[in-house]
Design a protein around this ligand. Structure first.
Ligand SMILES: Cc1ncc(COP(=O)(O)O)c(C=O)c1O
Length: 366
């Protein structure tokens, strides 16, 4: 313990302000550099982007690379606008949806009296709140690990939650979200749809009706472009304008030329996109059944991952460690207490999930 404290103190620079010392950074899932047989820990897509996207990157990645990219990403924004049937003024793009979330916290949540989000959710939310010195309240999930929106009614609040939620994977119906947005016109409501394409209702079409709703989306999951770092937001033009003002006060060129071009191509490849999403949904459903036949409890998932706990006396932490020892990475959350016996497993290809099940059975039968 004392050793750890000394190492930590040694790592601190005397040039750090108290602000830096007090930060509590997000810890992303491991990105191992060495040999790993199966990587099911960060909800990446097991399929590559479409051949046309790869061709665009390989054949045109260097075109005019000596010049800065379009700071407003206009071609990409209008492509996304067409895709969602909104105006370009309703679309913002950023360096991963994480960057957009940071702008939202700073730009729209900073001065709100109440910022509400679930107690079990994307762990970057409390990190951003602390970074920007925003007080917040976490609302407990119900006993079935669901978000109960009736607990979020609050005048002049800011509310954010993912749909489906992470890491539980449980979706909320579009109908419930619409009623909630309609009943809380004075609150800004952000729905983080990072995983929505895997069978969850999207609320994107509601932004034309409700000025208090903002949707964030990621190209990292369903569009197989985690390595490119692209996310976007869709909402009322006044909200998008606020995000543009923040972007231009921080970094005018968050998306490079390659990211803009490859993302545009991705939106032109609808059938490839639908096909890979469907494959993942089918694999998720069969993998869920296979885990249930091993007596695991699997929460209903609308994402490209499942959240499950093993039957007692098996321990999630021990399974996680033993899988790691044989080169199989999944995600285990040491806190909070409620999650201690759960494992989060990204859905890969059918072959990958079969390999996973083989390794899991070896551990269970040992
Ligand atoms: C719920 C949720 N929102 C947003 C993100 C960020 O995605 P990205 O920055 O890759 O677009 C993640 C990433 O894992 C996530 O789980």
């Amino acid at each position: 313990m004392l050793g750890l404290l000394i190492i930590e103190l040694n790592l601190m620079s005397k040039f750090w302000s108290h602000f830096v010392k007090d930060l509590d950074p997000y810890i992303p899932g491991e990105q191992p550099q060495g040999e790993i047989r199966l990587k099911l820990n960060t909800n990446e897509n097991p399929y590559p982007p479409s051949p046309k996207v790869i061709e665009e990157i390989q054949n045109h990645g260097a075109d005019r690379i000596n010049l800065y990219p379009d700071p407003e990403s206009n071609i990409l924004r209008s492509t996304i606008a067409r895709y969602h049937d909104v105006d370009i003024s309703n679309v913002f793009v950023g360096n991963g949806s994480d960057e957009i979330l940071a702008f939202i916290f700073y730009g729209f949540f900073k001065n709100k009296k109440n910022l509400l989000f679930p107690d079990i959710t994307y762990s970057f939310y409390p990190v951003y709140a602390k970074l920007f010195d925003i007080s917040y309240q976490q609302i407990a999930l119900n006993d079935d690990f669901e978000i109960d929106l009736s607990l979020y009614h609050n005048k002049n609040a800011a509310v954010i939650f993912p749909n489906p939620n992470a890491p539980t994977g449980i979706p909320i119906s579009g109908k419930k979200i619409e009623s909630f947005v309609q009943e809380n016109p004075l609150s800004i409501i952000v729905v983080d749809e990072a995983y929505v394409d895997f069978g969850t209702d999207s609320s994107v079409n509601l932004v034309k009706k409700y000025k208090n709703l903002l949707i964030t989306r990621s190209m990292s999951k369903s569009r197989s472009l985690a390595g490119l770092r692209v996310g976007y937001a869709v909402g009322d033009a006044s909200l998008i304008d606020g995000l543009i003002r923040i972007k231009n006060s921080f970094n005018s060129y968050p998306l490079d030329r390659i990211a803009q071009k490859a993302s545009v191509t991705s939106f032109q490849e609808d059938s490839y996109f639908n096909e890979t999403c469907k494959k993942i949904i089918d694999t998720r459903n069969s993998f869920t059944k296979a885990l249930e036949s091993l007596q695991f409890v699997v929460l209903p998932s609308g994402g490209n991952f499942i959240f499950a706990h093993p039957p007692s006396p098996l321990s999630a932490n021990i399974i996680y460690s033993q899988l790691r020892d044989v080169g199989v990475l999944i995600r285990y959350f040491h806190k909070p207490e409620k999650l201690k016996n759960f494992l989060r497993i990204t859905i890969g290809t059918d072959q990958q999930m079969d390999l996973f099940l083989d390794e899991l059975k070896k551990i269970i039968n040992h």
